[in-house]
Design a protein around this ligand. Sequence first.
Ligand code: B12
Length: 239
Amino acid sequence: MTEDSEWKLRDLTHAQLLRQLRTDVHRGSRAQVLAATQILLECGWDARRILHEGLLEGMREVGRDCRAGLLFVPEVLRAVDALKAAMAVLRPLIGSGGGKVLGKVLIGTVKGDLHDIGKDVVAMMLAGAGFEVIDLGVDTPVERFMQALAEHQPDILAMSALLTTSMPYIKTVIDRMREFNMRNEHIVLVGGGPLNAEFAKAAGADAYCRDATAAVETARSLLAAHRAVRACSRLVAPG
Ligand code: B12
């Protein structure tokens, strides 16, 4: 990116810059996306606002054009690269919540699925809200989930699936948890494009979350309810 084009970005109003940021994510113009992100930060914009109103809106447009058959894998990968570069700038600013740890979350995209942007956004927002997040990455087999559950003892297991072919694997993991009497030990949250609340219920999850904001709210409220139930059962337990 030339100095000249950076100055052009600096001449834009905030609203124009936000529109430009979305367009540049869509075009996969990494340098432009990074420059616009930096300028908005310098103007005092909150990192979460840049993420949601700029980067993710741009990605939503990529998704729409992908579904319509107007964009193909190479273009999508360029957009993903630009988006991820800017997410890396914003991640430390969204932070780790600063104060007390609210709880522990284990997150991963299920086996057969390589989509990680939504999972990463959810992980980033949960960390920013004060959760400790352990990220297992993508294409995660049931054995890896089970091993990590035993090792880290998280309050919440969060699973992502973006493909109709990978979503049934969520049930595979939950069924395995049941088999080992571990289902009631953890709250299970699920999310990703083809899922919905009905699917979550049928698979045996505690909740489906449409987006990262809902994930943070649901994680907080279900954890509070879960802890209250545990405290009560300790009070009424014999001995
Ligand atoms: C980017 C992308 C890719 C990239 C992925 C790069 C990466 N590192 O992630 C690449 C190019 C590699 C790719 C590959 C493929 N893709 Co693709 N991809 C997309 C695309 C365009 C955007 C997805 C995305 O990142 N969105 C942005 C994020 C922020 O949104 P999100 O994922 O929905 O996440 C939010 C919520 O869903 C929720 N959420 C998500 N996960 C979780 C988890 C929890 C626990 C919670 C609480 C919430 C939550 O919160 C998130 C943040 O708000 C979608 C189109 C779309 N409309 O979704 C297609 C899409 C998902 N892909 C699709 C397909 C078919 C494929 C391929 C099979 C294509 C192919 N022929 O090779 C392969 C599959 C590879 C594999 N095995 O996984 C289809 C899926 C159709 C279906 N229903 O099955 C889609 C819908 C495109 C389409 N054709 O319509 N893809």
